[in-house]
Design a protein around this ligand. Structure first.
Ligand code: HEC
Ligand code: HEC
Ligand code: HEC
Ligand code: HEC
Ligand code: HEC
Length: 261
C-alpha cells in the first residue's frame, strides 16, 4: 500500500511538473520506460494505480481518448481496447457494456463513487429503478454521444457538458445548470410547469434528502385547483389513484412533458 502511494505520488508530481513547464505545447520526448517509475508497465503497478485513482490523471498525457496524446503511448497497444467500451473510463465496469445506464457514474472519471461528488451526483436516481417516471437517458442532460470520437464527447474540457434535452425543456422551460452551486433551475421536470413549484432548484449532489417528495416539484400550500388529494386524483385519474393514504402513479404518464387527465 505504501508502495502504491509512492507510485501515485510519482505520477501526480510528474504531471504537475509537466503542466508547470507548459504542458502539452512543449511536451518532452521520452524513450520507452523512461518516464514512469520502474516496473510501471506491469499491471500490478499502472493497473492497480489506475483502478485506485481513475483515468483523469492519464488523460493529460495519454489523451482524453487514451490514444497516445503527448506521451505517444496508446493504451490500446497492449489493451486491445478497440472499440473502447462506454463503461471503461466512466460508469460501472461490472455492468453489461451494452446497457446505457452502466455508462454513467458512479464510477466517475476520478474513480469516485460518493453521490456528494459532482461527477457522480444523482445519476443513479435518474437512470434506474424510478418510481415517479420512466428512466431518463443521457441525452436528457448531455449532448447525444454516439461514439468516443463524437465531437460533442471529448472536447478538451475536463468536465461533462450539460445540455438539456426535450423533456427538461417541455412547456417552453429554459433549464439551466450552475456548476458552482451544483444546482439546476427552471427545469420542467422539477417544477417549471403549470401549477408547479417554479422556484425549486434541486441540488445535484444532495441525494436522498427528499427531492423526490411530492411537495418539492408541486409546491406546498397550493390549494387551487388542487383542493385535496381526492380532487387532484379525480382530475388526473389516468395518472394517479389514491386509496387509504397511498398514491399509485403511472410512471409512463408522469413527468412526460404534458398534463394528463
Ligand atoms: C506496455 C503494455 C501496456 C500499456 C501501454 C498499457 N497497459 Fe494497462 N495493462 C497491461 C497489462 C498486460 C494488464 C493486465 C491485463 C489483463 O489482466 O487483462 C494491464 C492492466 C491494466 C488495468 C487493470 C484492469 C485490467 O484491465 O486488467 C488498467 C486499469 C490499465 N491497465 C490501464 C491502462 C491505461 C489507462 C493505459 C494507457 C494510459 C494502459 N493501461 C496502458 C499492459 C499495458
Ligand atoms: C505527465 C505525463 C504522463 C501522465 C500523467 C501519465 N503518463 Fe503514462 N507515459 C507518459 C510518457 C511520456 C510515456 C512514454 C515514456 C515511457 O514509457 O516512460 C508513458 C508511458 C506509459 C506506459 C508504457 C510504459 C512502458 O514501459 O511500456 C504506460 C503503461 C502508461 N504510461 C500508463 C499510464 C497510466 C495508466 C497513467 C494514469 C494513471 C499515466 N500513464 C499517466 C506520460 C504520462
Ligand atoms: C439528470 C441529468 C443527467 C443525466 C440523465 C445524465 N447525466 Fe451525466 N452528468 C450530469 C451532471 C449534472 C453532471 C456534472 C457536470 C459537471 O461536472 O459540470 C454529469 C457528469 C457526467 C460525467 C462526468 C463525470 C466526472 O467524473 O466528472 C459523465 C461521464 C456523465 N455525466 C455521463 C453520463 C451518461 C453516460 C449518462 C447516461 C447513461 C448520463 N451522464 C446521464 C447530469 C446527468
Ligand atoms: C477514453 C475514455 C472514455 C471512454 C472510453 C468514453 N468516455 Fe465518455 N467521457 C470521457 C470524458 C473524459 C468525459 C468528460 C470530459 C469531456 O466531456 O470532454 C466524458 C463524458 C461523457 C458524457 C457527458 C457528456 C459530455 O460529452 O461531456 C457522456 C454522455 C459520455 N461521456 C458518453 C460516453 C459514451 C456513450 C461512450 C462510448 C461510446 C463513452 N462515453 C466512452 C471519457 C470517455
Ligand atoms: C421530480 C418532480 C416531481 C415530483 C417529485 C412529483 N411530481 Fe407530479 N408532476 C411533475 C411534473 C413535471 C408534472 C407535469 C405533468 C407531467 O409531465 O406529467 C407533474 C404532474 C402531476 C400530476 C398531474 C397529472 C400528470 O399529467 O402527470 C399529478 C396527479 C402528480 N404530478 C402527482 C404527484 C404525486 C402524488 C407526487 C408524489 C408521489 C408527485 N407528483 C411528485 C413532477 C413531479
Amino acid at each position: 500500500m505504501a508502495n502504491e502511494r509512492i507510485r501515485i505520488a510519482a505520477v501526480l508530481l510528474a504531471a504537475a511538473a509537466w503542466m508547470a513547464s507548459g504542458c502539452s505545447e512543449e511536451a518532452p520526448t521520452y524513450s520507452r520506460g523512461e518516464f514512469h517509475p520502474p516496473g510501471w508497465e506491469h499491471p500490478s503497478s499502472h493497473g492497480t494505480t489506475t483502478q485506485g485513482i481513475g483515468y483523469s490523471t492519464c488523460f493529460q498525457c495519454h489523451g482524453f481518448d487514451l490514444a497516445g496524446g503527448t506521451s505517444r503511448v496508446a493504451c490500446s497497444e497492449c489493451h486491445g481496447l478497440s472499440p473502447l467500451q462506454c463503461n471503461f473510463c466512466h460508469g460501472d465496469e461490472a455492468a453489461d457494456p451494452d446497457a446505457a445506464y452502466g455508462w454513467a457514474p458512479p464510477i466517475d472519471l476520478s474513480h469516485g463513487a460518493a453521490t456528494t461528488r459532482i461527477g457522480v451526483g444523482a445519476h443513479r436516481a435518474h437512470l434506474r429503478n424510478l418510481t415517479l417516471t420512466t428512466p431518463l437517458e443521457c441525452e436528457d442532460c448531455h449532448p447525444d454521444v454516439t461514439g468516443i470520437d463524437d465531437p460533442s464527447h471529448l472536447d478538451g474540457s475536463p468536465f461533462a457538458e450539460v445540455v438539456f434535452g426535450a423533456r427538461a425543456r417541455s412547456d417552453d422551460a429554459t433549464p439551466e445548470w450552475d456548476r458552482t452551486t451544483a444546482t439546476c433551475s427552471n427545469v420542467y421536470c422539477h417544477g417549471r410547469f403549470d401549477h408547479g413549484n417554479r422556484g425549486n432548484n434541486p441540488r445535484w449532489t444532495d441525494v436522498g434528502h427528499g427531492a423526490a417528495a411530492c411537495g418539492t416539484c408541486h409546491g406546498v400550500g397550493e390549494h387551487e385547483p388542487h383542493a385535496s388529494a381526492a380532487v387532484g386524483c379525480a382530475c388526473h385519474a389516468t395518472v394517479i389513484s389514491y386509496q387509504n393514504g397511498i398514491y399509485t402513479l403511472d410512471p409512463s404518464k408522469h413527468i412526460n412533458g404534458r398534463i394528463d387527465h
